[in-house]
Ligand binder design. Structure first.
Ligand code: GAL
Length: 438
């Protein structure tokens, strides 16, 4: 059955655009080529007034490594696709049917070389190693060297991150709280400075502020999100103390998993931006999104007290009122092909919907007056915890008449972990509560 909900009066835009200079959490971002920004398990390197974003260039069908992507931006909002910085290799650790995750890039101060470290594995996560790739230019292409070695052997742990200290020393952060110091040229690990920090998790990320080191990580729930936590220490070698969670309990870190902390220089101070992933298996390329927010650090305690769906990374302020012309839709379907159709006039449209534990995928399309699809994206309406919020924001469009379509895709995110436990949704619900026109 095809259910079509037609709103007959064309909705007309209101002028202010809250998204123009904003980071919008939990919705797919569109790059300069009209494609989703596809850089998950990411890091950012700031250089010469630009931010370079590196991440997993996910596929929409399998978990096999297709490459690591590099994007650039001057404002953390508009992203230019630079290239696949490290492509699929012919063979070896990042050859066909292998896993490649969490690429982290640092410029080695001693050699000037760009060093990329990443988790490499087999498809069942039984062969974890840290892969090393190098480049002369920040955007690459990176040349894959092989496993990063410690005492002549690969480091066999899963999730990893990196950290560059104020004095330029490079560190490798490993799953379950191992930390290694890198050699001066960053091409090998030379000392294990922390060994199995108690309560250490996965997806490690670090910052160093005023003589305190902060190590962030998640619990082990595969692509599902959980309440991430942090440890602190007066020295990177410890002693490390578990501090607990930094987002309100039960929000599952605002439905994200840590990957990196970016120091942002704002005025005379440094604000640390949390970067996390909102995974969406199997359609990670289209539908996995990002949650980036400034963290508050006071007296050695870290928190992100409120979720900011939309915020300005220049002023570091949330956008409190989304504005626009509000059209209530009350659209809730789980039948494949069921469709919401809404004509509108303006430059942008935002879709607000309910995600919950039995949500599925919805295909959103914007069709122009000639009948051409000017933008389309698969959207994930699943989340383990209920959320009423932004699910889609269109790119800025030339002012005109368009039609929004939201179609139930008849599938849902789901996956299992190594032990075969089922995660994700069981149904295909797509719920649109309102749209806003700009
Ligand atoms: C997560 C990990 C991700 C990925 C995933 C696979 O726990 O943080 O990077 O490896 O498991 O299930």
């Amino acid at each position: 059955m095809i259910l079509t909900l037609m709103v007959t009066v064309t909705a007309i835009a209101q002028t202010t655009d809250p998204f123009a200079n904003s980071i919008v959490n939990g919705v797919p971002w569109t790059d300069d080529q009209g494609k989703p920004v596809n850089a998950h398990g990411a890091c950012i390197v700031e250089e010469n007034g630009k931010y370079y974003l590196f991440g997993e260039w996910k596929s929409d069908t399998t978990n096999a490594f297709p490459g690591f992507a590099c994007y650039s931006s001057t404002d953390l909002v508009n992203w230019k696709f630079e290239r696949v910085a490290l492509p699929l290799q012919k063979d070896g650790l990042l050859g066909p049917n292998r896993v490649g995750e969490r690429p982290k890039v640092m410029r080695c101060p001693k050699t000037g070389e760009y060093i990329m470290l990443a988790h490499t594995d087999d498809m069942r996560y039984k062969d974890p190693q840290v892969g090393l790739a190098v480049a002369k230019e920040i955007t690459g292409p990176y040349t894959f060297i092989g496993p990063l070695l410690y005492e002549g052997k690969p480091i066999r742990r899963w999730d990893m991150g990196t950290f560059q200290d104020h004095d330029g020393t490079g560190y490798l952060l490993m799953h379950h709280g191992d930390i290694y110091r890198l050699s001066k040229n960053y091409r090998k690990a030379i000392k294990k400075v922390a060994n199995g920090i108690k309560g250490g998790g996965e997806s490690p990320a670090m910052l160093h502020k005023d003589g305190t080191y902060y190590l962030f990580g998640s619990n082990l729930t595969s692509w599902e999100r959980n309440d991430n936590f942090y440890h602190t220490a007066p020295s990177i070698e410890g002693p490390w103390t578990k501090q607990g969670i930094f987002c309100p309990e039960g929000t599952l870190t605002y439905n994200s998993q840590s990957t990196f902390i970016l120091p942002l220089h704002r005025g005379d101070s440094i604000v640390y931006m949390y970067m996390g992933d909102r995974w969406s298996y199997p359609h990670q390329a289209s539908s996995a999104t990002y949650v980036w927010m400034p963290m508050q650090i006071n007296d050695g305690k870290v928190s992100i007290p409120d979720y900011w769906p939309v915020w300005n990374p220049t002023t570091m302020e949330p956008v409190k009122d989304l504005g626009g012309t509000v059209i209530p839709t009350n659209f809730k379907v789980s039948t494949k092909g069921a469709k919401l159709t809404l004509p509108f006039e303006g430059t942008r449209i935002a879709v607000i919907g309910h995600s919950f534990n039995n949500g599925g995928y919805g295909r959103i399309s914007i069709i122009d007056s000639k009948g051409d699809t000017v933008h389309t994206n698969l959207i994930d309406f699943y989340s383990k915890v209920d959320d009423h919020g932004l699910r889609y924001v269109s790119p800025l469009l030339p002012y005109g008449h368009y039609t929004l379509e939201v179609e139930c895709a008849g599938e849902h995110p789901h996956w299992s972990n190594k032990r075969g436990d089922y995660f994700g949704s069981h149904e295909d619900w797509v719920t649109v509560e309102e749209v806003r026109i700009y």
